[in-house]
Design a protein around this ligand. Structure first.
Ligand SMILES: *Cc1c(COP(=O)(O)O)cnc(C)c1O
Length: 396
């Protein structure tokens, strides 16, 4: 065989990962994503999922998915602009817009492809994108696909943002400020009121990726914009349907003009098949459920507060988190992964997050607290953290 097919250039890089102690196999679990999962043949407490409200396995969403399959089949059959636009896709957009208290919604197949498709569609040569340095990878990729100039401001640093806006003044057609609503690796909130003030002062547009804010913050989980009372002042509000809503999909909420334009120029809308009926049916039910009660978001926050306070009391560093995302900062990459492996031995599954997902030397165990965890689950997890933390001399 021709040796070129051995992909030795990739093999060498994989060896490097092993030397750095960051090589890993993808974890496999059987059964639904829940508070406790069956992972590699053993029951463990799951502190790793984005299934904030337990909707990924909620009976009402499951039944709605089954009903949608019965009525519409398993696939949409085409991209939306051809013949993949079912009435339920339009209904989902309508209920989402109402829930988000915005004029219109454009649906995408994932949060990732929503950013990849939207940013390039709404900016062009002669524009500038101003992005927080800790924005999500899908924003970074979306920005790369745009012809606009790119600037990055220091994380949540309003002085630095103002400096860049000042520098760009008068030089561009459109200025677009992009930020995560909730930063996914630290759990801190964007300084949205200040960002919006600055944007209005300098005539810039605002784009907020609220993947971790949707279903978590605001009234019944309406998101960061609702939390800060900024309706009508953020131009593009991105959400995911894959995290708190437990299914799959992404969307932009905002004005009708935004929706009209993206339906013509959003490349994932034009070139990728629309969401399958099961997902759409489940999502409509999920939004109805979320609109009807605050029971899920209340439980989520109650659990998150409890876990964070106990973690601090043990002496762990939980960083700047203001949300259910609770990072436990360990530092060095190899040590972070070793901590994660030791926790798994103790029956707690928390994935270690290291460079390049977070900056070098800030490796962490990112604990994701959900409404589905019982106090027992959380107490057991805390005890395991305490045992491993003491063994590794990270806490007293
Ligand atoms: C998870 C995440 C995404 C991607 O969403 P998916 O629906 O899983 O593709 C986009 N942006 C941010 C900030 C995220 O945290």
């Amino acid at each position: 065989m021709n040796t070129i097919h051995e992909l030795s250039y990739l093999k060498e890089q994989i060896e490097e990962l092993k030397e750095q102690g960051v090589y890993r196999k993808l974890p496999v679990f059987d059964g639904p994503n829940a508070a406790r999962i069956h992972l590699n043949g053993k029951e463990v407490i799951n502190l790793s999922s984005n299934n904030y409200l337990g909707f990924a396995n909620h009976p009402r969403l499951k039944q709605a998915a089954i009903d949608a399959v019965e009525k519409y089949g398993v696939g949409a059959g085409a991209v939306r602009t051809i013949v993949g636009n079912m009435d339920i896709h339009e209904e989902l957009e309508r209920v989402l817009a109402e829930f988000k208290r915005e004029e219109a919604v454009m649906l995408f197949q994932s949060g990732f492809n929503c950013n990849a498709g939207t940013i390039q569609a709404i900016t062009d040569r002669g524009d500038v994108i101003i992005s927080d340095e800790l924005n999500h990878a899908s924003i970074i990729d979306g920005v790369r696909l745009s012809r606009a100039d790119k600037k990055v401001y220091k994380h949540s640093d309003m002085e630095d943002l103002r400096r860049i806006l000042e520098e760009c003044k008068g030089k561009y057609n459109t200025q677009l400020i992009i930020t995560d609503g909730v930063f996914s690796m630290d759990g801190d909130l964007a300084k949205l009121p200040e960002i919006v003030e600055l944007a209005e002062e300098y005539g810039a547009l605002t784009y907020v990726d609220d993947a971790h804010g949707s279903g978590v913050l605001g009234e019944n989980g309406r998101g960061t914009v609702d939390h800060f009372g900024l309706h009508g002042r953020v131009d593009f509000i991105i959400g995911t349907l894959s995290k708190a809503l437990g299914v799959i999909g992404g969307y932009v909420a905002g004005s009708k003009v935004m929706q009209e334009w993206l339906s013509h120029r959003g490349r994932p809308i034009l070139f990728s098949t629309s969401l399958p009926p099961a997902a759409v049916g489940a999502l409509i039910e999920g939004i109805e459920l979320l609109s009807s009660t605050d029971e899920f978001t209340k439980k989520l926050w109650d659990n998150a507060r409890f876990f964070k306070e106990e973690m601090k009391a043990l002496g762990f560093d939980t960083g700047q988190s203001e949300t259910p995302i609770t990072p436990v900062i360990i530092g060095e990459e190899g040590e972070t992964m070793a901590f994660s492996r030791a926790l798994l031995e103790e029956g707690v599954f928390v994935s270690g997050i290291v460079f390049p997902t977070v900056p070098k030397g800030t490796g962490r165990l990112r604990c994701m607290i959900t409404a589905e965890h019982s106090k027992e689950d959380l107490k057991e997890a805390l005890e395991a953290f305490a045992r491993v933390g003491r063994k590794m001399n990270l806490i007293p």
